[in-house]
Write a protein of this length. Structure first.
Lengths: 286, 304
């Protein structure tokens, strides 16, 4: 083969790989739509919000998704409220407060926390956290426990991306602040945080994405009762946990309704990724 | 390059000092902030040690040579995790065999062939960004619908591995692209000056120099794949027998942990044993990645 032929073949292969990689997302969306279309077609979409509850195997079946959506929103919100300050605080610690060695060791701790699989967090939550909470506020497996486990899980994500944002700050900002004789806290609050706010925002968005999509750990500690909670210590079931719990035996419209849940999650993720993209492109520092 | 908004923020905040004239907060702000930040770091480290301690103390007594090699008995309460480790390796093998060629190809496309601002490249990049954010349970739904039912592979190691291949692709591509970009421009100029063809430049020069990036991506991908549960429950299934081929259903380590702790009363002890094995593998993977990245790659890659 002449080199030019080989180049052409190579270029086709490479473009093929690119098309294939890009096609996966389209394929995922396509199959979610394909599986949920029959259900969406012959069930009124409003039923997903106005049915009395989520009882897909009773007759007539009920498909209200609102309690699941509310549970996902509450767990995510709670986790972000706890994990954002702790995660950003962690990044501040390893970049501006700790000595070189301590900072590096702490960075390692964060990395290892990020590497623990969600099912192990779930196991730990189920065997350690749930009994602990149930001594204080029975039954233990609840919205609260889910929020705590989720915060621990997204904290490293937020800390790692916040750290990356701090690293990309221009050195001149910090040097100027030092030269003005500002205190450590003043530098962090008035120089570092404002200048890296887009990066921090992106970090929180990515953490949110992880919290919304988290399945196993939440499934194992949240109690999985379909209800709109009116207290922190009631069991809840999130969208993701609902899919994982019922997918094994779901048939017909029930299965379709679970794919509608998947479509819903996919929609949330696409919105979050677009927001992150839009934020990090709109400003100078990302 | 000085950003106008941040420098005004800067002046505003200098003026803000006058808002707290003489209070306790003003006087001790620096010290309070230092204490708060150290407390955050201490509590996060404490939490990590607590989790690690529990996994170690409850897992270590279980993990013996027999546990690692024997088949599970009595729904996993007794026996070991031998077949489960084999299934895990099979699933990983399928995922790697499929994702590495496609991933490296796409990374070459993004880093070498297309311009960053070309429509096609930005489309590929955008869809990979979305793919990286897709929740694992959605991969599970997709894998069940596409690989198990549409392609007729059923609950099998092949279905699970292919689902995981889709899942680790973004990680693999990002790290490989980083590796290719870190190859000095002079290599390509030199190759062009010598009249080498594009494919020769790629295979003889750029890819060998980009191997560390590919390895980092591969190891990170393996880490993500090993940790995965939700995507595998409905694709590779629950069967805990020794798999005969990739068309058999096989239970991976993380699914085993899930099943033992949720569905088997009294399975916690072996769940912790399996969790210890899994966590130790993942920690060693993290060490390998850090070592390679520090040794060969200038650019740091975020490991989530």
């Amino acid at each position: 083969m002449f080199p030019s032929n080989r180049d052409a073949f190579l270029s086709w292969t490479i473009y093929g790989c690119g098309v294939f990689s890009a096609a996966i997302v389209v394929l995922i969306l396509g199959f979610l739509i394909k599986e949920s279309a029959p259900t969406l077609y012959h069930l009124d979409i409003l039923r997903f919000f106005t049915d009395p509850s989520w009882h897909p195997s009773s007759s007539p079946p009920e498909y209200n998704l609102l309690p699941l959506i509310v549970a996902t929103l509450l767990t995510t919100l709670g986790a972000i409220v706890i994990a954002a300050p702790l995660g950003i605080g962690s990044a501040i610690f390893s970049h501006f407060y700790a000595s070189r060695v301590v900072g590096r060791a702490y960075g390692k701790v964060i990395e290892l926390l990020a590497g623990i699989p969600s099912v192990v967090y779930g196991l730990w939550g189920l065997t350690v956290l749930v009994p602990l909470v149930s001594q204080w506020q029975p039954p233990g497996a609840s919205l609260f426990t889910a929020i705590v486990i989720l915060s621990i899980m997204i904290l490293p994500t937020i800390a790692l991306f916040a750290g990356a944002a701090f690293e990309s700050l221009p050195k001149e900002h910090l040097q100027a602040a030092e030269a003005l004789g500002l205190s450590r806290s003043r530098i962090v609050i008035s120089v570092v945080l404002p200048a890296s706010r887009t990066g921090l925002f992106t970090a929180i968005i990515l953490g949110t994405g992880r919290a919304v999509g988290e399945t196993m750990a939440v499934l194992m500690v949240a109690g999985n009762v379909v209800q709109t909670p009116y207290s922190l210590f009631q069991p809840v079931r999130t969208i993701t946990a609902n899919i994982a719990l019922e997918m094994a035996y779901a048939m017909g419209d029930h299965r379709g309704a679970l794919f509608v849940c998947g479509l819903l999650l996919m929609g949330i993720v696409i919105v979050l990724v677009s927001v992150a993209e839009w934020v990090s492109r709109g400003r100078v520092y990302g | 390059m000085v950003n106008a908004t941040s420098s005004t923020d800067f002046h505003d905040s200098i003026n803000q000092t006058s808002r707290f004239p003489n209070g306790f907060w003003a006087a001790n702000k620096n010290a309070l902030m230092t204490i708060a930040i150290w407390m955050i770091a201490a509590s996060v480290s404490g939490l990590f040690l607590w989790i690690l301690f529990d996994i170690l103390t409850q897992g270590l007594p279980t993990v013996t040579w027999d546990f690692l090699t024997k088949a599970p008995r009595n729904a996993g309460r007794e026996g070991g995790i031998g077949p489960i480790i084999i299934s895990t390796i099979f699933v990983l093998g399928v995922a790697i065999a499929v994702s590495v060629p496609v991933g490296v190809g796409t990374a070459i496309l993004l880093a070498e062939v297309t311009q960053a601002e070309s429509v096609f490249a930005s489309f590929v990049r955008r869809s990979l960004d979305v793919l990286a954010g897709v929740p694992s349970i959605v991969f599970g739904l997709f894998g069940n619908s596409f690989f198990c039912l549409y392609l007729g592979l059923g609950f099998s190691i092949l279905s699970g591995g292919l689902t995981l291949a889709c899942m680790v692709l973004p990680i693999l591509i990002r790290a490989t692209e980083e590796g290719i970009r870190s190859v000095p421009k002079e290599y390509r100029f030199g190759a062009a000056a010598l009249g080498l063809s594009r494919s020769a430049t790629l295979f003889r020069l750029v890819l060998p120099a980009a191997v560390p990036g590919i390895v980092v991506g591969l190891v990170l991908g393996i880490g993500r794949a090993l940790a995965e549960t939700a995507a595998l429950i409905f694709t590779s299934g629950y069967v805990d027998r020794m798999p005969g081929s990739v068309f058999d259903s096989g239970r991976v380590l993380s699914v085993h942990i899930f099943d033992l702790s949720m569905n088997v009363a009294g399975g916690d002890r072996h769940a912790y044993g399996s969790a210890l094995v899994l966590v130790m593998i993942l920690f060693s993977i993290n060490t390998i990645v850090t070592w390679i990245a520090h040794r060969w790659l200038q650019n740091r890659i975020i490991t989530t």
